[in-house]
Each structure stands twice: as structure tokens, then as C-alpha cells.
Design a protein around this ligand. Sequence first.
Ligand SMILES: CC(C)(COP(=O)(O)OP(=O)(O)OC[C@H]1O[C@@H](n2cnc3c(N)ncnc32)[C@H](O)[C@@H]1OP(=O)(O)O)[C@@H](O)C(=O)NCCC(=O)NCCS
Length: 250
Amino acid sequence: MFRTLRQDVRAVFERDPAAKNLVEVLTCYPGLHAVCMHRIAHALYRWRCFTASRLLSHLSRFLTGIEIHPGARIGEGLFIDHGSGVVIGETTEIGRNVTLYQGVTLGGTGKEKGKRHPTIGDNVVISAGAKVLGSFEIGANSRIGAGSVVLKPVPANCTVVGVPGKIVRRDGQRVDGIDLRHDQLPDPVAEALTAMQERITYLEAKVRRLEGEPRAQGEPEAEGEPRAEGETTLGDLQHPDRPQGEVLSP
Ligand SMILES: CC(C)(COP(=O)(O)OP(=O)(O)OC[C@H]1O[C@@H](n2cnc3c(N)ncnc32)[C@H](O)[C@@H]1OP(=O)(O)O)[C@@H](O)C(=O)NCCC(=O)NCCS
């Protein structure tokens, strides 16, 4: 127990350049307080004192803003910097010397039972606001970028960024082919408007044909009518995303 506490305190000195002395670290680091209280809560949980363990975890959350379920298994040297808003779920497993920043969630997706939270390898760094959701592994020495949402396993020695998280570095080498152009996301509203415009054009042409009006310049002709080379028919009016041959039906 004291060995683990020593490792937890050492982690603060090693990973926070702002840490000045032992008294400051013991009194002013909510991440350290939360980890210490969790170690007691986890012991109670393992002795099946579930309510007592939850009460202690709840008190810890009240005092530090860090919510760690007493069932979570946490290795030595966890450093939670700043802390507020960190949530660690019941079946989470955390290896040695892991660093978490404020706003990190190690959670489930809400769909599974049993093991439903991530397993975090040794020396992993999970940056501010990142969410790791689901029962999978983050490999040792990997780094998760600030604000990322990770939904799939990450091998060891990788850097993951973005929503959903993508690997941008592996073993220190940049991973090519990753599209980080977040300014060029598809525009579903524009696509929906285009589809509606196509459908309106189709229906207007169909109504005019039913009313016996002559075909306007450039207007597609009705199905079955002969057409000049390169001309469009009503059957050609379809959303570009629909499979070839699938026609908008009136
Ligand atoms: C991910 C991180 C750890 C850096 O990892 P790295 O391996 O050095 O990666 P790089 O900085 O070389 O970035 C690789 C690419 O990912 C992009 N990237 C980095 N961090 C990103 C993030 N959080 N979100 C989106 N993209 C990010 C970079 O722009 C770069 O893209 P480019 O190659 O097209 O220029 C770092 O950016 C990060 O998020 N740190 C947060 C630390 C933190 O939470 N501090 C809080 C202190 S209170």
C-alpha cells in the first residue's frame, strides 16, 4: 500500500513540472487524492462492501471532481492532472504510469454488460477532454490527443487524434493516408437539398407530361419516348448516391 502511494506521489513529481515540494503535492493535487481514496474504495469493493465503497467514491467525487468507480483496477503511478471531469467506469483496467488530463472519460457505450470499459496499457497518455468508449485495449506507450473520441482498439506506440479517433503516428512514424482535413467534412444538408431539387424537377416534368404540355427546352423526356443522343430521360433523374438503376419513383 505504501509502496503504491510512493509511486503515485513520484508520478506527480515526474510528470508535472509545476510540482514544487512534497507538502504541496500531498495537499494540492486532487488527482492524487482521488487515486488514494480509490485505492481504499477498491479494497472495500473487493471485500464486497459495495455500498461503503460507493459512498467513499462519491465523497471523493464531491471533493475532487473526479469520479472513479470503485470496481476500476488501477496500476501504480496513475497521474490525473487537474482532474475535474474525469470519469472512470467500473470495468476499466489501467496499467502502470498512465497519465490522464481533465475531462477524460473511460466509459462504456451503454450497450454492453460485463466488461464494457477500456483497458489502458502502461505509460499511456490520454489528453484533456478525450473519450475512450468501449471494451477494447489502448496499447502501451500510446497517446490520445486532446478532444479525441476513441471507439476502437489502438496498438502500442501510437498517437491517435480526432473524432472518431484515427492513428496519425505509429512507432514515431507519421501514418500516411489519414485524412485530417476536418474543414472538408461532407455536408448532409446540402446533399439532402440536392436530392429534393432532383425530385422536384422529376415531378414537375411528370406533371407537365400528364397534362399533355409539350416538353420544354432541355427538359428530360418521359420514359419510353425516343431520345436524341446524350439526352436525359426521367429515369436518369436519380440521386447520385443511389445505386445505378434505382430511379426516384413518383
Ligand atoms: C496528440 C498529442 C499528444 C501530440 O502527439 P504527437 O505524436 O506529437 O503528434 P503531432 O503533434 O505531431 O500531431 C500529428 C498530427 O495530428 C494533429 N493533431 C495533434 N493533436 C491533435 C488533436 N488533439 N486533435 C486533432 N488533431 C491533432 C496535428 O495537427 C498533426 O497533423 P498534421 O500532421 O496534419 O500537421 C497532442 O497534440 C495533444 O493532443 N496534447 C494534449 C495535451 C493535453 O491534454 N494537455 C492538457 C494540459 S492541461
